[in-house]
Design a protein around this ligand. Structure first.
Ligand SMILES: [Zn+2]
Ligand SMILES: [Zn+2]
Length: 427
């Protein structure tokens, strides 16, 4: 008798194949969750210690999207979890152990009330992302919070203040070192008109944004603030077309020629960086003074005309700072400032978003070279590139249990007990 032939692998059934593939999927899912957990910890450390300030990125989510090559919305999720890492130790622990996914912990970090870590960590083991969303909607509405700083970026429904007995439309502004804050008060009818106008511009922006779906360098989703600027721009363009001179409203800057100090026309004194920032792009007129006398007006050739602007937009498309990708409200930055004799020609111009334009003139990042040899460096002098940090791994994947996802059993919301924050201690 000859030795039995080596056993042929029996033809496996679909069930067996699927079972084997699901096993591998569970293994990889556990590892990926654990890796996402570590990524979140790294981002939290970068945020906590303010390490990102010198990178030139406009925000933590922008930094994450840039350095890891993920979509803006996924970067938002990572940043949201990182931002509340210390508030949700059990949820993040689940992520680190591979049992919860980033998206599960993400919706919790984006919406869950303070103190609800244990509640949602337990729920997340059986609830899918959409079930978690439902549970989060059932949370009691937060009362006015004492920590005012936390909620600028968190989507919390705040009840409108009680209406004024006789509301008068008004616009007030306050200014600090970096920003001007506008408060607009409108009666409901005008507010509805305003909202409809804002919404139509937001819809248009989102439609434009959706069309870019296929490109890899898609900018972040347009916000209501972008819609507001578009609304202003549209009104402005209509107004310019209606006026014979076709001139845009001009910011007038007064420059003392001896000391190069500048003040906005009848306005506050400008710092060096703000003077160069304001006088860099087109909509600014500089008047020079010496010993209190006007000695001239700044060269007008630095105005970027429509044709030049179109050529610039065609060439640069987005903000030229690596990792940015902004397309809205871009400024034409003079690489060699016109104060230093830089001409308003294509080779000496680069499109930058307002954030990076300001960052450059404040010295947080540096944009040098000509348009063809552009070099952008961060606060520490490191050259920025738009590539992500991804490379083939050199370490073993995390040793965690396979993760088969949440059990996802049919949720019975009738019996679900939403998270109740403990009564606030009053002292
Ligand atoms: Zn500039
Ligand atoms: Zn930018």
């Amino acid at each position: 008798m000859s030795a039995p032939a080596p056993a042929e692998p029996a033809p496996t059934s679909f069930d067996d194949r699927l079972g084997a593939l699901f096993d591998e999927l569970a293994e990889l899912t556990g590892q990926r969750n654990a890796i996402d957990g570590r990524i979140v910890e790294i981002v939290a450390e970068i945020e906590r210690d303010g390490l990102w300030g010198a990178t030139g990125a406009r925000s933590i989510p922008a930094l994450v999207a840039w350095k890891t090559g993920v979509s803006p919305s996924r970067a938002e999720t990572i940043a949201a979890v990182a931002h509340r890492l210390e508030e949700f130790p059990q949820c993040v622990g689940g992520l680190r152990q591979g049992t919860l996914s980033l998206d599960q912990v993400g919706v919790i970090a984006q919406r869950a009330a303070h103190g609800s870590d244990a509640h949602f960590a337990e729920l997340a083991h059986c609830a899918t992302v959409s079930q978690l969303r439902t549970a989060l909607k059932l949370q009691p509405k937060p009362e006015a919070r004492p920590d005012a700083d936390a909620d600028v970026d968190v989507d919390v429904d705040v009840d409108p203040p009680a209406p004024d007995p006789d509301p008068q439309p008004s616009i007030t502004t306050t200014t600090d070192e970096h920003y001007t804050y506008w408060q607009i008060t409108l009666p409901h009818v005008e507010a509805a008109t305003f909202e409809a106008a804002l919404q139509s511009h937001r819809d248009a922006l989102i439609a434009e944004w959706r069309q870019r779906l296929e490109t890899d360098q898609r900018p972040p989703m347009p916000t209501t603030a972008d819609a507001f600027l578009r609304l202003v721009g549209a009104g402005w363009d209509a107004e310019v077309a209606a006026r014979p001179h076709g001139q845009r409203t001009t910011v007038v800057v007064h420059v003392d020629a001896r000391d190069a100090v500048a003040s906005l026309h009848l306005g506050p004194m400008l710092t060096d960086s703000d003077r160069r920032y304001l006088s860099c792009d087109a909509t600014c007129e500089a008047w020079f003074h010496r010993d209190g006398r006007t000695i001239g007006v700044g060269r007008t050739t630095r105005t970027v005309n429509r044709r030049l602007r179109r050529a610039l937009e065609h060439r640069d498309r987005t903000c030229v700072v690596p990792g940015c990708g902004a397309t809205l409200g871009l400024h034409a930055h003079h690489l060699v400032h016109w104060e230093d004799g830089g001409p308003t020609e294509l080779w000496n111009l680069a499109l930058v978003c307002p954030y990076h334009h300001r960052a450059h003139h404040r010295g947080i990042i540096t944009i040098t070279g000509t348009a063809d040899t552009l070099c952008v460096t961060d606060g520490a002098g490191r050259v920025l590139s738009s590539a992500s940090l991804a490379r083939p791994p050199t370490t073993l994947p995390p040793a965690v249990e396979p993760c088969r996802g949440p059990t996802g059993e049919r949720a019975d919301w009738w019996w679900y007990q939403p998270f109740e924050p403990p009564p606030a201690a009053r002292n």
